[in-house]
Write a protein that binds this ligand. Structure first.
Ligand code: NAG
Ligand code: NAG
Length: 494
């Protein structure tokens, strides 16, 4: 920029038009320094020139970064000799208003935020392939997998083998084989089919998950009543991964990490309550949720809902932690439900963890010559879908969507932030106008702790909430463990 300015000034000095550029003494004195440039280009409505492109990296997608680039350029140009001669009327704020096309000085920040959002959502709805199939796993189907069956669920062995975790636990004093290939493990070696399944999942995760939108894993899966899907697991198949209770030499029928409680199971006309009398089996639930209301520029978390379910089910829990089998696959519980499915099809639980999808891309930002407005131009092939623990708020009966949407500072209205909680995420979507009340009603029939953030604390709080929900739904039934005659015992073997 400096070089360009000097070049133009040099040109001016010997230009036959230089008289025109005299800043003083004439009646039609230029209002802005851009007048200088205007001899050589079409007129810009700003004091200074922002047509040169700025690269905006995919980790820089915030209004503040866009603002700082403009500010830096403003400061640079305003220090030029030629610029000293005129004031830029309205200063940086006016420049930002002009660049974003707003009338009020409070509006340029929201306008920059809007620009970023529409740029990202625009790319995702126009350029990203949709309805792409899930990975194929030889020897099993996606239906089987979602159900909690097939080689990926039935085995007890490692998919992810992390050598450092073997070293940390005794190294070669304890293991003959230390490496990444679970097929060679001393304890419970991985079968060829299961190993290849893990490889396929990892490759799909690396090559496809972040750049194409997936279709549902099973035909017809829509989750229309809750706009949410989740997996609830009852077993851990993998050791030395720091998750769940399967360990070296002790991995048969082991439980996943505890993060929820099963309240009851309905099977036909029967109801089986699961009060926390004696040590309930540890269970783990983790869900995803998306907007039930169409959004202005599209909605990446919605477009990527099945990507999120892949991330949760096959990658983050099966591959990385070894979590498998539906809740009802455990002998402890009656009935039958899928391992992963629509929330409306699951039996009631207190809570679930949560993953959301978002997108990043690289852009160049520049001032459009014709309109004088800022533009974000997408850098080809830079779009990426990413996943994170859901960012939500603890349910608060005193705050309505209107309160939330009208609040200028969302963090100043008394909401408590809560990450990694499906209910807190759905409550946030509700506040943002992305979830209808009917969807919430259906959702909390399954995840009964929606209005009770204390279920995040411990089993005792979950027990209270499960019992209350049970007694409302079944006023004539007792909150007590149903004694079922056991005819099968100890038949679970790896
Ligand atoms: C206009 O600028 C020229 C050179 O920059 C200077 O010599 C002259 O005195 C100025 N005239 C007025 C009216 O300020
Ligand atoms: C995108 O932005 C990131 C972060 O600034 C950068 O590391 C990467 O090289 C950029 N990629 C492209 C294609 O420009």
């Amino acid at each position: 920029m400096i070089k360009l300015t000097i070049a133009i000034l040099a040109l001016l000095a010997c230009s036959p038009f230089s008289a025109l550029a005299e800043p003083n003494g004439t009646t039609d004195a230029p209002v802005t320094p851009s007048y200088h440039y205007d001899l050589y280009r079409s007129q810009l409505p700003t004091c200074f020139d922002y047509r040169e492109a700025f690269n905006i990296g995919n980790d820089q997608l915030s209004w503040h970064v866009l603002f700082s680039r403009i500010r830096d350029e403003y400061e640079l140009q305003s220090k030029e000799d030629w610029a000293q001669k005129w004031g830029c009327s309205g200063g940086l704020t006016k420049e930002l208003m002009t660049l974003t096309g707003v009338e009020d000085s409070t509006e340029w920040i929201p306008a920059l935020e809007e620009m970023l959002k529409s740029a990202l959502d625009g790319v995702s709805s126009d350029l990203v392939p949709k309805d792409q199939p899930w990975v194929e796993i030889e020897g099993t189907t996606l239906e089987e997998f979602m159900d909690g069956q097939g080689i990926l669920n039935d085995e007890t062995s490692n998919l992810l083998n992390i050598p450092s975790e073997f070293e940390r636990r005794g190294g070669s004093d304890r293991y003959l084989y230390i490496g990444e290939d679970g097929r060679k493990n001393d304890y419970l070696p991985t079968s060829e089919a299961s190993y290849q399944g893990g490889v396929a999942i990892m490759e799909f995760y690396r090559n496809t998950l972040d750049n194409k939108f997936l279709k549902a894993p099973v035909d017809g899966m829509k989750c229309e009543s809750t706009n949410a899907a989740m997996c609830c697991w009852s077993r851990d198949r993998q050791y030395n991964d720091n998750n769940g209770q399967c360990g070296l030499g002790n991995c048969v029928n082991k439980e996943p990490g505890d993060n929820t409680d099963l309240c009851w199971v309905e099977e036909g006309d029967e109801v089986f309550a699961y009060p926390n009398e004696d040590d309930e089996r540890d269970l783990h639930c983790h869900g995803v949720s998306w907007s039930s209301i169409e959004q202005e520029y599209g909605d990446v978390n919605n477009d990527a809902k099945w990507n999120s379910l892949f991330y949760v089910s096959m990658y983050d829990h099966l591959y990385k932690r070894g979590y498998v089998d539906s809740i009802t696959d455990a002998d402890d519980f009656m009935g039958e439900q899928s391992m992963c499915g629509c929330v409306e099809d699951m039996n009631p639980v207190a809570r679930a963890d949560c993953t959301e999808a978002y997108a990043t891309a690289n852009y160049t930002m520049f001032q459009d010559q014709d309109t004088g407005l800022l533009v974000l131009d997408y850098a080809q092939d830079s779009f990426e879908i990413k996943f994170r623990s859901c960012e939500g708020y603890n349910y608060d009966a005193n705050i309505s969507p209107t309160d939330y949407q009208e609040a200028e500072r969302k963090n100043k209205i008394g909401l408590v932030r809560k990450t990694n909680d499906l209910s807190a995420f759905i409550y946030r979507q509700y506040l943002e106008g992305k979830a209808e009340e009917t969807v919430i009603e259906e959702y909390e029939k399954t995840v009964v702790g929606y209005r009770h953030p204390e279920v995040n604390n411990n089993d005792a709080a979950r027990e209270v909430v499960c019992q209350a929900a049970f007694e409302i739904k079944f006023p004539d039934k007792e909150w007590a463990l149903t004694v079922v005659e056991e005819d099968v015992e100890g038949d679970e073997e790896a």
